[in-house]
Design a protein around this ligand. Structure first.
Ligand SMILES: Cc1cc2nc3c(=O)[nH]c(=O)nc-3n(C[C@H](O)[C@H](O)[C@H](O)COP(=O)(O)OP(=O)(O)OC[C@H]3O[C@@H](n4cnc5c(N)ncnc54)[C@H](O)[C@@H]3O)c2cc1C
Length: 403
């Protein structure tokens, strides 16, 4: 039997999106607006929490919410007026640039994106195990035993993507360090510490790692928004026994990616708090020790050779997983989605050509971004020079030309 030609047109193309986070929901919303029938399959049994962590606002990250949902920047983010560079061991100020960034949080974005898409065609508890593309349609096999079918599949299942592993063999590579994260309530901080951190993105530089801190909107279970202070401490940890001990939870299970606060081994948490007290200056130590429910995540990255494999299209972290230092991983994920929908809707009679140009361009963007964040990690994790305001280390996606 000959495979039916794929047109990519809304009228005869049913699309399944695997992974209902930033990339998946942005792609699903755009595809639905373009007239496609779209279902989202998310492995989580209920709404994602994102653990309250912060994200720097980039234009691509919020474009869908601002252009298509009536959301304003004030609804989802808080402003700041400078970037501070501090020696995090001594507290000595290294420099400051008067650049304003806005900060949002995973929860603020996710709840708006999910609220807009709705839950009717957003299917929880769908953990993708296997994809079978028979050239005519794609079948998605979930661990529940359910099977879904679609003409095109957008794989937006994140940094540990099952789709990527199966289709390309690529798995994430440990970067040699982890990040501890947490959010402090403002009233848990002294006025000196609050004043220092509250209106800035702050870098705390160390010989063997670095910290960042910035204000974010914290969304509670009822959807109320208040301001909190978010931090991350990127710490070098050698692969092997040292990393294994850190990532082994209180029940003795070695976690691959993150250990959430309630699962942390008590010795690991005590060691972290001890390091905060003894290695950091007073203000950083106060922020870290005041933060609720710190947790730890390994930093890893991955790069695919292809973003299109037959009828399957990889986007966001499922395609290229970057380290977070230029604050634009979510922006890259959304840019993949916007460009994909432009390619599909503008393909005319040449869908293969349109998808091939999409793949070439988005791979170039992702690879350039990955090179940039790896260069940043080389200096930030090893006490290298990180001059205030250096344009090479400015947040955002690099400009790329592929035509
Ligand atoms: C510490 C840190 C800080 C960051 N800071 C920023 C920042 O300031 N600015 C910025 O733009 N980006 C930032 N990022 C990056 C950003 O969070 C990611 O790039 C972004 O979340 C990628 O979105 P995504 O939808 O591709 O993947 P994810 O957000 O990882 O979502 C993947 C989704 O797929 C689901 N899933 C996974 N496996 C399956 C499966 N088998 N079947 C079904 N569903 C599945 C998951 O549950 C999840 O919902 C940061 C990342 C980290 C780790």
């Amino acid at each position: 039997m000959t495979a039916a030609p794929m047109t990519g047109r809304p009228g005869d193309t049913r699309i399944a999106v695997v992974g209902g986070s930033i990339a998946g929901l942005t792609a699903a919303g755009l595809l639905r607006d373009a007239g496609y029938e779209v279902d989202v399959y998310e492995r989580s049994p209920g709404p994602l929490s994102g653990l309250g962590t912060g994200i720097v606002v980039q234009p691509e990250l919020v474009r869908f919410l601002l252009e298509r949902t009536g959301t304003t920047l004030d609804d989802i983010s808080v402003p700041s007026s400078s970037v501070k560079y501090v020696n995090a061991a001594s507290g000595a100020m290294i420099g400051q640039t008067d650049v304003g960034w806005r900060f949002t949080s995973y929860n603020a974005l996710y709840h708006r994106l999910l609220g807009h898409f709705g839950r009717e065609r957003y299917h929880f508890s769908c953990n993708l195990e296997r994809v079978v593309d028979d050239g005519d349609q794609v079948e998605l096999f979930f661990s529940s035993g359910e099977v879904a079918r679609a003409d095109l599949v957008v794989l937006a299942d994140g940094g540990a993507s099952a789709g990527r592993r199966q289709l390309t063999g690529v798995t994430p590579e440990y970067a040699g360090y982890v990040t501890w994260r947490g959010v402090a309530e403002l009233d848990a901080l002294s006025s000196r510490t609050l004043d220092f951190f509250d209106d800035a993105f702050s870098y705390g530089l160390l010989e063997d790692g670095h910290l960042i801190a910035y204000p974010i909107p914290v969304v509670d279970a009822e959807g109320r928004v208040r301001r909190g202070l978010n931090y991350q401490w990127y710490r070098n940890v050698a692969a092997g026994p040292e990393l294994d001990a850190l990532m082994t939870d209180r029940n003795g299970v070695r976690r691959p990616t993150s250990v959430h606060h309630h699962d942390l081994h008590p010795d690991v948490l005590a060691g972290f708090e001890e390091s905060a007290r003894h290695r950091l200056d007073d203000m950083f130590a106060e922020l870290l020790l005041a933060a609720r429910e710190p947790f730890v995540t390994v930093i890893a990255d991955a790069e695919v050779p292809r973003m299109r494999i037959g009828r399957c299209l990889l986007i966001g972290d499922a395609a290229i997983t970057p380290r977070p230092h230029a604050a634009a991983g979510g922006a890259k994920a959304c840019a993949d989605a916007w460009a994909l929908v432009d390619a599909l809707t503008g393909a005319g009679d040449d869908l293969d050509g349109a998808l091939s140009r999409w793949e070439t361009h988005q791979l170039a963007v992702g690879r350039a971004y990955l090179r940039k964040v790896r260069r940043m990690a080389e200096v930030l994790q090893h006490g290298g020079p990180f001059p205030p305001g250096d344009p090479a280390y400015r947040f955002g996606l690099p400009a790329v030309t592929t035509v």
